[in-house]
Write a protein that binds this ligand. Structure first.
Ligand code: SAH
Length: 223
């Protein structure tokens, strides 16, 4: 089917590519994997933003979605997706569904995505939306993401889209050996960094990336 938003998406992906090149010293690469670019091109971001902000849907910036939360900047969605190194067989856990945009991008690549959201209204809306858009491989659950979702563990990739003060132990436990986790760490917006964790075959953890970022906080145990 003809993609009416192809031009907007192409321009957005050019902006994202520029951001990747400018931050290559943190990312350890200067371009995105083709699978990441394809997934970003396939997802209609205008389906995920509030109606009154529709004209900004293909701008490379975060936008408010209500409940004091945001839809992430496309550059951030792209690099976090890319860092997980997913394959069509991967099973992924996301913490912080928000509007469901990042989950949709993950769902374009991976076999299955479980995504957890602590704000019930956001979880309900995202669930409806992802169903309507045909993402049958994404499960949205209203739950405290700091506990992860043990029932479907272990995961090949875990992506946390809210900033934590420290790495939740439950999430490390639910990561498969050789799996990857991306998580913003740090309390205040100006001192956060995005961290990539790689779990070795023996369960040892390697840490890298440390890109400065600004996420809304991960709020634990309040539902
Ligand atoms: N992934 C989103 C961005 C989400 S913003 C996107 O695609 O744009 C971060 C989200 O994390 C918010 O919706 C917030 O409510 C949620 N959140 C914060 N703490 C959480 C927790 N402990 N468990 C689950 N979700 C949480």
């Amino acid at each position: 089917m003809e993609d009416a938003y192809r031009q907007e998406k192409t321009r957005l992906l050019q902006d994202v590519a520029r951001g990747v090149a400018e931050t290559s010293r943190f990312l350890g690469k200067d371009s995105l994997a083709p699978a990441t670019i394809d997934a970003m091109m396939r997802v209609d971001r205008h389906e995920f933003v509030p109606h009154d902000l529709l004209q900004l849907a293909y701008e490379n910036r975060p936008l408010p979605i209500g409940h004091e939360q945001t839809i992430s900047q496309p550059y951030i969605v792209a690099i976090m997706t890319d860092m997980l190194d997913l394959t069509p067989e991967s099973r992924v856990l996301e913490i912080g569904t928000g509007c469901g945009y990042q989950a949709a991008v993950l769902g374009e690549i991976a076999a299955a995505v479980v995504t957890l959201e602590r704000v019930g209204a956001l979880a309900d809306t995202a669930k409806e939306r992802l169903k309507r858009l045909g993402y049958s491989n994404i499960t949205v659950l209203h739950a405290d993401g700091a506990q992860g979702w043990a029932a479907e563990a272990p995961y090949d990739g875990i992506i946390v889209t809210a900033a934590a003060e420290k790495i939740p132990e439950a999430l490390v436990a639910q990561l498969r050996p050789d799996g990857r986790m991306v998580i913003p760490l740090g309390r205040r917006a100006r001192t956060q960094s995005l961290v990539l964790l790689e779990k070795g075959a023996e369960g040892n953890i390697r840490e890298g990336c440390h890109l400065p970022v600004a996420f809304v906080p991960l709020i634990e145990n309040i539902l």
